[in-house]
Design a protein around this ligand. Structure first.
Ligand SMILES: *Cc1c(COP(=O)(O)O)cnc(C)c1O
Length: 338
């Protein structure tokens, strides 16, 4: 049995998902004529109480399109130091939009309204124009921590007062909502734009959606084309995404439960220095320098057919997901204790 805990992106489409893909009606989406993509976009927009959506190949593209539409070259976006848009999108903020990031040190990746307010530049010719705030929920690099809507509301109010746009990198927003029990519509109401990923915990092979009002999405479609993301008969992918949204959201709590089980075992291991708090499906832990390097640990698990990812020299990450079964959990827990 091969066990892959490197990321929740490693999931493969199930038979039922493949059947939905095979049956999908398609058309040319650049002409706006793919019925399956239109259905997915409408479904996702309604789910979050937004007017419209645009289907894209990746979450990097949906985030980068949002930044491009919300800003002008020379502007500044405020985001957490751990944010995906800054760390893992190849410098796209500057490359695609000519925008710079001001990095804030959040509380496990979460920013506060006070902190954001203190970092908004005044209106002087020599200061960078602050125009966008980007939040991430859950926060990948901070171990899957999440915001509640109550924590976001003051940020939304501040952005309104200060005339800033508010974007959500919601690659794992359904993991956050699974824990808080809050509604997608209430979450959607907090933001000008939202990016959601279908290919993470939801188990679709490809795809992300950018959500917003009609005017924003009209601009986003143009930028998607410029970025090379205009797809043709991609309805087969949209069908997988729709299947994922309809079938794989409610089960996310199982992934969280399995992550908690792994956390409990890791905490008992003599060579583990510490385990970051586990909130959702991401486990980040640190090894004792004198006892075990990250490389050695990776090798040790690889010998038992378990893949994990290095997240620094002494730090590793495991992510639970749809294809990580109960049996695999049992086997992993045993392997860790050897
Ligand atoms: C995975 C991820 C994305 C998007 O990544 P792609 O691989 O481009 O789809 C965006 N934000 C966060 C927090 C992510 O974890």
């Amino acid at each position: 049995m091969q066990i892959d805990l490197r990321s929740d992106t490693v999931t493969k489409p199930t038979k039922a998902m493949l059947e939905a893909m095979m049956a999908a009606p398609v058309g040319d989406d650049v002409f706006g004529e793919d019925p399956s993509i239109i259905e997915l976009e409408n479904y996702a927009a309604a789910l979050f109480g937004k007017e419209a959506a645009v289907f894209c190949p990746s979450g990097t593209m949906t985030n980068q399109i949002a930044i491009k539409v919300h800003t002008q070259p020379g502007d500044e976006v405020l985001c957490d130091v751990n944010s995906h848009i800054y760390n893992y999108e190849g410098g796209g903020i500057s490359f695609n939009s000519g925008v710079q990031a001001k990095l804030l040190q959040g509380n496990e990746g979460r920013l506060s309204a006070e902190q954001i307010e203190a970092n908004i530049n005044g209106d002087y010719d020599w200061l960078t124009r602050t125009t966008l705030v980007s939040l991430e929920n859950t926060v990948n690099r901070a171990g899957g921590s999440y915001y509640t809507i109550e924590q976001i509301k003051p940020i939304q109010a501040l952005c309104k007062t200060k005339n800033l746009k508010l974007h959500l990198d919601g690659a794992r927003i359904f993991n956050a909502l699974a824990e808080t029990g809050e509604s997608t519509v209430d979450m959607g109401n907090c933001f000008d734009s939202i990016s959601i990923c279908l290919s993470k915990g939801l188990g679709a092979p490809v795809g992300s959606l950018l959500l917003g009002n009609k005017d924003f999405i009209k601009k986003a479609r143009r930028v998607r084309k410029v970025f090379g993301g205009g797809m043709r008969q991609a309805g087969i992918l949209a069908a997988a995404g729709l299947f994922a949204l309809k079938n794989n959201v409610l089960r996310l709590k199982e992934d969280h439960y399995k992550a908690k089980k792994i956390e409990a075992v890791l905490k008992q291991l003599p060579f583990v220095e510490s385990v970051n708090p586990v909130y959702t499906n991401i486990i980040i832990f640190h090894l004792k320098k004198e006892m075990m390097t990250g490389d050695a640990f990776e090798k040790k698990l690889a010998e038992q057919n378990i893949k994990v990812s290095a997240f620094g020299k002494q730090t590793l990450r495991m992510v639970t997901h749809l294809d990580f079964t109960e049996d695999m959990l049992d086997q992993s827990l045993k392997a860790l204790q050897l």
